[in-house]
Design a protein around this ligand. Structure first.
Ligand code: PLP
Length: 424
């Protein structure tokens, strides 16, 4: 074991971490009166301490002002959703008018496809990755059927070509080239939920647009995890949830990006009154005039109580110095986990996630030597000693050190616990 991977050095990493104070902004679940080593930010991020006060403020306003709460003060409900616009845009590398917080991820994916999946007889197909998150597959398949096409022919699922179930950019490029003339839409993840692989979004946009396909992204596992440049990369649309690395709470209001070039599109859309032009919304006219930009896809007035924790969370992203500061800690944190596994646990754990830092976010997906049963045993042992990862069928333990609140010593503790389980 080299000195760089020692306990002493790990303690020093925490002491020197410029983001070390961010952890105190979160409520860390307990294990026997001590903090859990919580590695499930890829599933549900931890609660910002300030979330309670933000929710309480809405409750108080409701109690004291009732309907007037829509119109009074800076946090008035009429424009409450606009407060999250700029910080959210910063996190995804967008212009403020390109993002909106609304609905849930799958609902937003459907709304985006109403506008951006317009299949024709010549160009009916969607390209996606095989093994995508099931909700995406259900949504895409149902859209293909909705338009009267056959998913067996027109939902093209690209199989992994790399040993650990990951995908090379060459394979993606070949598929886009091969199916190009038939592609209406490419829907791709920013980070794959099971393998933790991060993709070259700009490259996928470039290849897709060269074939005249629309390119959209599911950023559930990418947002708040890796730096994104949605505007510059030129994505047509993107959707994401805010309950993972964005720490906005279970079932949090989701996010949606529509590129500026579609701000005034005449593509069809499913409309609702909150998407109507802000200036004339309350004239209550019969004809829908969309608000330019992503807000034009809103349906209903926003769930203000649910939006409050998102606001709390986004304030912490700014306080941390933004996604680039978080990413630079993340590279070290996940790098430490990888190095410790490779030097101390190589007989026990196989890393599924790509080794190149630019091809992953903070998550490492692990397979346990000996197969699924051994994997379950380790997963359950870790949970029993307060080290929380999560399990994805058929045989993967996902460990996501989140730079916002995880310590380097959390990673060290995980490795020591795996050694204890294995019998050092
Ligand atoms: C990659 C991905 N896509 C879609 C979803 C579905 O999200 P929702 O239930 O918010 O629609 C999830 C949920 O975890 C996910 O991880």
């Amino acid at each position: 074991m080299t000195d760089m991977l020692s306990r002493t050095h790990t303690i020093a990493l925490d002491a020197a971490d410029p983001l070390r104070l961010m952890r105190a902004e979160f409520l860390i679940p307990k294990y026997k009166n001590n903090d859990q080593a919580y590695f499930c930010g890829n599933s549900l991020g931890l609660q910002p301490r300030s979330a309670r006060a933000h929710v309480q403020q809405v409750l108080d306003k409701w109690a004291h002002e009732a309907v007037e709460g829509h119109f009074t003060g800076e946090a008035q409900w009429l424009t409450y959703h606009e407060q999250v616009r700029e910080p959210l845009a910063r996190v995804v590398g967008a212009q403020p008018a390109e993002v909106v917080a609304m609905n849930s991820l799958t609902a937003n994916l459907h709304l985006m496809m109403v506008s951006f999946y317009r299949p024709t007889a010549e160009r009916p197909a969607i390209l996606m990755e095989a093994g995508a998150f099931p909700s995406d597959r259900y949504a895409l398949e149902s859209q293909v059927r909705f338009h009267g096409f056959d998913p067996a022919a027109d939902l093209i699922e690209l199989q992994p070509d790399e040993a650990d179930g990951t995908l090379s950019m060459a394979a993606i490029a070949r598929a886009i080239e091969e199916h190009g003339p038939r592609l209406a839409l490419i829907l791709w993840p920013g980070v794959q939920y099971r393998t933790g692989q991060a993709f070259d979004l700009a490259g996928i946009v470039r290849l897709g647009h060269a074939q005249q396909a629309v390119v959209g992204f599911d950023l559930a596992h990418a947002v708040g995890n890796v730096p994104l440049r949605l505007h510059d990369d030129g994505a047509d649309f993107a959707v994401w949830c805010n309950y993972k690395y964005l720490n906005a709470g279970p079932g949090a209001v989701a996010g949606c990006f529509v590129h500026e070039r579609h701000a005034n599109t005449d593509r069809p859309r499913f409309a609702g009154w909150w998407g109507h032009d802000r200036d004339t919304r309350f004239q209550m006219g019969p004809d829908f005039v969309p608000t330019p930009g992503a807000e034009g896809w809103q349906l209903s007035n926003p769930p203000v109580l649910a939006m409050a924790p998102l606001l709390a969370s986004l304030e912490l992203f700014d306080k941390a110095g933004g996604i680039s500061a978080l990413r630079s800690k993340s590279l070290k944190l996940t790098g430490l986990l990888e190095a410790l596994i490779r030097t101390r646990l190589s007989d026990t754990l196989q890393i599924v996630t790509p080794g190149e830092p630019e091809r992953r976010g903070c998550q490492l997906s692990l397979r346990v030597s000996g197969g699924r049963q051994r994997g379950r045993e380790l997963f359950e042992y870790l949970a029993s000693v307060g080290v929380l990862g999560d399990w994805r069928e058929p045989d993967v333990i996902r460990i996501s050190p989140a730079p916002m609140y995880n310590r380097f010593m959390d990673v060290y503790r995980l490795v020591e616990e795996v050694e204890t389980w294995r019998g050092v």
